[in-house]
Design a protein around this ligand. Structure first.
Ligand SMILES: [Zn+2]
Length: 240
């Protein structure tokens, strides 16, 4: 398939036979069951609303990482918002990677947050023998309390999990300010982990290898491979 940026993308109703269009060079056909809702009310010639375009591109994506990239681009360039994408997703009963997309869109419902936390605790920390972090540890930062997602007190180390990785760039300064404040005033260093790095067992193992190596460079050695074949975590502590 052509690179999506170089192609013209056409949305056609799902019940329309695609054979007539599929052979046009540089044209990518998206067959959608949501065309009525998808049409932008103002644009001429008719085009689909950004949210529907994003989800059509996600349906055509080869991997979740590619799908995730479309979300980050759409929000990062301020073409839409997480809330509008969540709303559009709710109206699509069929959606690939729904749970992972909800995580990427930063829905702050407890259920979604707990999925991310569970993946970190049960997929990264526990099977790799890493210490159990204090969750939502409170730190006073001059103007108010801040909460650290996963704080390893003995290591002065914090692992922040960016559920809403698709923040526009100008909202990310708060995270950067907070990380810098912790480093300067509390001697607490931070690494940030996106939801993609917690999605699959392989990704969780790779994340665990980074966290184990990072922590072990700051304090007592910690971490060992999990039971998964090919786990890249170095054997830094005795197997339990
Ligand atoms: Zn592992």
């Amino acid at each position: 398939m052509d690179r999506p940026v170089a192609a013209v993308h056409l949305a056609v109703p799902v019940n329309r036979h695609p054979a007539r269009w599929s052979a046009i060079p540089g044209v990518v056909i998206h067959r959608t069951r949501y065309l009525e809702q998808a049409i932008h009310p103002m644009m001429s010639p008719p085009c689909t609303r950004v949210e529907y375009t994003v989800f059509d591109l996600i349906e055509a994506a080869a991997t979740f990482e590619e799908a995730y990239d479309w979300i980050c681009r759409a929000i990062g360039r301020r073409r839409t918002t997480s809330a509008r994408l969540r709303e559009a997703m709710a109206s699509r009963p069929r959606m690939r990677w729904r749970q992972d997309l909800e995580l990427a869109l930063g829905d702050t419902q407890d259920g979604v947050l707990s999925v991310i936390e569970r993946r970190y605790a049960h997929g990264v920390e526990r099977p790799h023998g890493l210490p159990v972090a204090t969750r939502q540890a409170r730190v006073w930062q001059g103007t108010g309390n801040r909460y650290l997602d996963n704080y390893y007190e003995g290591y002065r180390a914090c692992v922040e999990i960016d559920g809403a990785a698709a923040h526009p760039a100008d909202e990310q300064w708060r995270d950067k300010d907070r990380d810098r404040w912790n480093a300067v005033h509390e001697k607490i260093d931070t690494i940030r982990i996106g939801t993609v790095a917690l999605r699959t067992p392989q990704a969780q193992c790779a994340t665990a290898a980074d966290v184990a190596t990072w922590l072990s460079g700051r304090g007592p050695a910690t971490g060992h491979p999990c039971a998964r074949a090919g786990c890249p975590v170095p054997l830094l502590t005795p197997w339990p």
